[in-house]
Write a protein that binds this ligand. Structure first.
Ligand SMILES: [Ca+2]
Ligand SMILES: [Ca+2]
Ligand SMILES: [Ca+2]
Length: 396
């Protein structure tokens, strides 16, 4: 019996040694205990604008709402900061997190700050929008917040880029849709739609150019200031080709009633004479305005085309001119692949394959009188995937 026991013991020891060696040889860490994967953090919210200081005599932001969304596991947590601007985050799983911090400033607080009861003012975080929470980090993170007035007045409400199903490599039916989020008439004249080539933010750890969007495809709306109004709650459809694509691709969409059309006059492109053309500011390559099917980014910007800065073989648009920007990735959890600055879009929508007819549209927040679409400047939480595009309207 004694012998049998020692044989079993030796076998067990050898087996465990073998498995440790195997995991080391294969480069696999032994599975961590759950407790090792849980981390505790303190977030401190600090206002850079001076607004909190003028109301409460301190820069720390009290009563702010912070949402943490874990990138890989999709868990979402919501917290409220205390009177010192502190949030204690306990026992969350190690992961990369998308951080959205918001503090609505009440009209009463604005009276104290400025003497006027302004509404639609809030503080939001422009930095630390993507943080990695793991045990090896320092466990104190200061999230700086800035004052902004409302949401962007004009936003990109939908991007359809994948191409229809069942028609081979047909890809001429792409479009971008713009929405007026405000209760006022605005004007599209001269606004820019640019395809992002890259920007200052490439991956989680690489910051290159902190100030500019780089683009090789820059188009503007026509008009001299007040020629192309967009009504409150109106959707504007900008089509690659403003034709009924169902004629060539039965599962595609009718874009013959688009509001604007991208027409490349130095290429064999289609021009529907009834639809006003976007003005090509710069795009050398290709036979048409083109956005990538699975992975790309677009910005809407207010910037004079004459002031664009040349750089290498493309042009620069300052971040400060960007009204809205949306990034989509084939795998939206791979934020290390992002090309759009996280201050413009903290996350990414997407997860759409080529030639599936799927589209990306903003979520609806309210539909009382006019629609309000979600705009947290974070496409990971602002957008949903549609199985059928909804050109020029909100999906049913
Ligand atoms: Ca075209
Ligand atoms: Ca046209
Ligand atoms: Ca739509």
């Amino acid at each position: 019996m004694k012998n049998l026991k020692s044989i079993i013991l030796t076998a067990v020891m050898l087996l465990s040694l073998f498995s440790i060696r195997c995991s080391n040889i294969l480069g696999i860490d032994p599975k961590p205990e759950v407790t090792e994967r849980e981390v505790n953090f303190q977030l401190v919210l600090k206002d850079n604008s001076g607004l909190m200081n003028s109301i409460y005599g301190t820069d720390f932001v009290r009563n702010a709402t912070v949402t943490l969304k874990s990138n890989f596991l999709g868990e979402e947590y919501t917290f409220e900061s205390d009177s010192n601007g502190v949030i204690n985050v306990n026992k969350v799983i190690s992961d990369v997190y998308l951080v959205t911090a918001n503090r609505i400033i009440t009209p009463e607080e604005m009276v104290i700050a400025s003497g006027t009861a302004a509404s639609n003012v809030k503080l939001t975080n422009k930095n630390n929008r993507i943080i990695e929470l793991n045990a090896s980090n320092n466990n104190l993170i200061v999230v700086e917040m800035e004052m902004i007035v409302g949401s962007s007045p004009l936003i990109i409400s939908e991007i359809y880029a994948s191409g229809p199903s069942g028609s081979g490599l047909y890809y001429h039916d792409k479009y971008v849709e713009i929405f007026n989020q405000t209760d006022s008439v605005l004007y599209l004249d001269g606004l820019i739609i640019a395809v992002v080539y890259y920007s200052g933010y490439l991956g989680l750890n690489f910051v290159n150019d902190p100030a500019y969007i780089h683009s090789k495809s820059i188009w503007s709306f026509p008009g001299n200031g007040t020629d192309y109004p967009i009504q409150p709650g109106q959707f504007i459809l900008c089509a690659q080709d403003a034709i009924d694509h169902r004629i060539n691709a039965p599962n595609s969409v009718d874009l013959s009633h688009a509001d604007f059309e991208f027409y490349k006059d130095d290429a064999p492109d289609v021009d529907n004479p009834a639809i006003p053309n976007m003005i090509r500011i710069y795009q050398d390559a290709g036979n048409d305005w083109l956005i990538a099917g699975e992975r790309g980014a677009l910005v809407l910007a207010k910037f004079s085309a004459d002031s664009l800065l040349p750089y290498d073989d493309h042009f620069l648009i300052p971040y400060t001119a960007v009204l809205d920007g949306v990034e989509y990735l084939d795998d939206p959890t791979r934020l290390d692949k992002k090309i759009l600055n996280q201050g413009i879009d903290a996350g990414a929508t997407g997860s759409i394959q080529f030639y599936t007819g799927k589209s990306m549209e903003r979520l609806l927040i309210s539909d009382l009188g006019r629609k309000i679409l979600k705009d947290e400047n974070n496409s990971s939480v602002d957008f949903k995937i549609l199985t059928t595009p909804s050109p020029g309207r909100y999906h049913q």
